[in-house]
Design a protein around this ligand. Sequence first.
Ligand code: SAM
Length: 275
Amino acid sequence: MPPIQPGCLWVVATPIGHREDFSARAIATLREVAVIAAEDTRHSKPLLLHHNIATPLLALHEHNEREVVDAIVRRLQGGESVALISDAGTPLISDPGFRLVRAARAAGVRCAPVPGACAAIAALSVAGLPSDRFVFEGFLPPKSAARRTRLQELAAEPRTLIFYESSHRVAESLADMLAVFGDEREGVLARELTKMFETVIDQPLARLAERVASDPDQQRGECVILVAGRGEEADAKLVEGRRIFAILREELPPAKAAKLAAAISGAARKALYES
Ligand code: SAM
């Protein structure tokens, strides 16, 4: 492997679970740079020690990114090589680093990726959902009202949707997805990828939400939720639901008409109510 260039910011992916999912080039780069900017130095140390990487670390996280970016860019401009890592996976993907990369590029510093694990891509690669076009949405808002609003904005999206979610909100989020996208939309829960309890479940959202809500084991660990984009089948249900809703609205209050039209057609109630 050629020696690494000085004055370059190396953006290095680390494993998302299995410690050996770490490329030879990533390990060599981390051994050779002058300093590694890490999201949580205490978290990264065991992994780095496991791979005999003794390079000094400095902390770069969302609370100090603004302050330390200038100092790191000055070191890069002075010819030092710096690597950026996050706690797991690819830096900047729902992780810190955006400000540093932006400032480095603006200062004319070369930024080079050392690619590797990313939970969203790992999940998509085994979900069995269309993977030719997809939307990465990262984390949804933690509160249900804001979460439903965000999901509503995505209800007509035809591309596969990918979300990160914390284990203690996975049941609530699936319940909101069910309410907004409807019973039949295909969902996939990809949990603990590359780890001992790796689980990938694909089911229509109604069954997936019910299964996760009733099984505390499915609410543990790290997870990615994927939802099929709105397809022709969902379109057909919505068209039918809207037709029934229009008839029922002549006789019933809108909320009641939407509830019945959703139950008859299989379309999402909210989608009808707002149509
Ligand atoms: N930068 C990381 C990446 O490239 O995937 C993501 C960091 S983000 C702070 C952490 C989230 O990624 C978790 O809450 C979870 O949604 C997802 N994640 C990370 N590791 C995972 C794993 N082994 N299995 C499933 N999801 C994982």
